[in-house]
Design a protein around this ligand. Sequence first.
Ligand code: ZN
Length: 411
Amino acid sequence: MPPVRRAHCFLHLLTMGGAFSNEKAGPAAGMTDLRETTILDGSTGYVLLSKGLPEDDMFQKIWSAYALLEERYHSLVVQTHKAYMEVGATSVTTNSYATQPTYYEKAFGDEFEPLMLQHVELSARLAAQAREEHVTACPGAQIRILGSLPPLVESHRPDMFATALADKGEEFFVHHYGQLALALLKGGVDALLFETLNSWEEARLGLEALRRLKINHVPIIVSFEGSIRDESLKPQTQLAPWLCDQVVQAKAEGALPIEAIGWNCAPPEDIVDNLEAMKSAGALDRLREQGVGVVVYANLHEREVYDHGFDVGAVDATEHSSPLGSSVKTGEAGEASPPPSNPGSPIRKRADLLGSGNAGFAVRFARDFGACAVGGCCGCGPEGIADIHRHFKVGAVPESPSLFPSIVTGG
Ligand SMILES: [Zn+2]
């Protein structure tokens, strides 16, 4: 008889899953209560691969969106979202990071847009389905769904963004960001999350799209690639306070409900540099005064490959495998980590960020800099989020403590 899936419910002492707020968090506000920090999810694409999404030709073209194209993989998307909810994430992001025009045009030709938007809406519906199933198992659970708005050309490539902007013009970005946002909202997301933005220009065009659509009722989070690299791909973390000021200004001028600025998909050390620069420049205080929170979800991979650009085809799907070959369990309880899906991949998880490594950084982001929401980006799966949850939610009581932190159990 196959094992029966059983949900884990956490009885949090404080309300979770609502709007990100930095009002109470942060060193300037006095005591930081880590239990008030929102726990985000980790990577979706990696979990989909570890759960069986094949790395065939179509995957190479549209990456995690492949799970939206083929109906037989829709349940994997739902399972992935639920895996994060079951380890304590109260905010999950739609699987729409790869539903973007550059990938879709390459895969499906000039007429790609209707299919792309259908997939974007579907990504929101699958996240909503996961929440519904989770809440059925855990009545009272509060889960927020963030609609992912990705870079529209490529991640970690500000140089390619600049070339595309020169070639295609601003309206390409404004049009597609607007259409993607509308499809996410139609699918039922609670908030919109720009992720891994390459530059202020990319953020500005995305926000211009939302301003034109008069999106004034849905919270917006603007998250930049956390190393803030320039077009020669060199980190420019000293620009963090300037980016904060741009976001605050855009919020005021566009009457946009920007709830938080974020730093994601960069080594945690670079994000610490951003936060230090923000602290010394007074930007953390200015954000707090304007009601703008700080969200952080770092990349757990070895950084060299990102320094030279990014290729989704080179991704190693396994969670928490390290260059030393050590690994921890992922997914189903008692199940060993899958072997590296792409053994030749230059992308490897950092051994020092396993277990408490990333969670320790997450604590530092919240305690020392007042981050209101923390999670994981590439290389972080449910096990990594469970580690963070364990560090933050000391008052959270697992329904069955002996089972924590595995996400399913035989029954
Ligand atoms: Zn990432």
